[in-house]
Write a protein that binds this ligand. Structure first.
Ligand SMILES: Cc1cc2nc3c(=O)[nH]c(=O)nc-3n(C[C@H](O)[C@H](O)[C@H](O)COP(=O)(O)O)c2cc1C
Length: 200
């Protein structure tokens, strides 16, 4: 039995990226009904931006933290335990102003912890979230994949690799703001990719 972690990041609950992530998870469930599915809903429960207290807590060894500093790492610890327990991570990611939603950036800031999800060695950084697979459902108003403007995909790949997740697949639904025909084509193509990846 595997555990699938779905991460919703759209600003709107019924956002296109959230819906694509739902579609993926539903298709996955029909192929792997025994798998456990966990939802981290950053749309409804966004995590806060990193602040001074939380960063201080990150850099204070557990045995030296007082109750206040310990409380400051609780959410990060919970998010890390959740992703550590996952085998497959499914993230619905809309493009907002050429980047990822700030909800997802804040989440990443909470799960990147030195000594826990990555460490530096003489050879450079080593990701510690190993043996996982990530699927990104990317919803966009325009068409950017494969162009230099798509810094979003490169950033996602880089961040996930940094924490050890190197098996990353993207499913794009692009051009959603470019007329009904293009939107329908994009959604159809995304659904075909979902079926293909979940059947594999
Ligand atoms: C605040 C905001 C910023 C956006 N910025 C971009 C952008 O930079 N590039 C793009 O292709 N689409 C952009 N879009 C369009 C969205 O990527 C597109 O509508 C996508 O389907 C939104 O996903 P969502 O429904 O899950 O929020 C933007 C939409 C919003 C609401």
């Amino acid at each position: 039995m595997s555990t699938l972690l779905q991460i919703n990041t759209s600003a709107r609950a019924a956002g296109q990226a959230n819906r694509l992530a739902d579609d993926f998870v539903q298709a996955w469930h029909s192929q792997h009904p025994q798998d456990r599915i966990v939802l981290r809903d950053l749309t409804r429960q966004p995590v806060p931006h990193l602040d001074e207290r939380t960063l201080n807590a990150f850099f204070t060894p557990p045995e030296q933290r007082d109750a206040d500093l310990q409380a400051a790492v609780c959410l990060s610890d919970e998010l890390i335990a959740e992703i550590q327990a996952a085998d497959v991570i499914v993230i619905g990611v809309p493009m907002y102003n050429f980047g990822i939603p700030s909800t997802l950036k804040a989440y990443f800031d909470h799960i990147a912890r030195a000594g826990i999800t990555f460490r530096y060695t003489a050879n450079g950084p080593e990701g510690l979230l190993k043996g996982k697979r990530a699927i990104i459902l990317a919803a966009r108003g325009g068409v950017y994949s494969g162009t230099p403007q798509d810094t979003q995909s490169a950033y996602l790949r880089d961040f996930l690799a940094f924490v050890g997740i190197t098996e990353v697949e993207f499913i794009y639904a692009e051009g959603l703001a470019m007329g009904d025909e293009q939107a329908a084509r994009a959604k159809h193509a995304a659904q075909a990719c979902i079926q293909h990846l979940t059947a594999a």
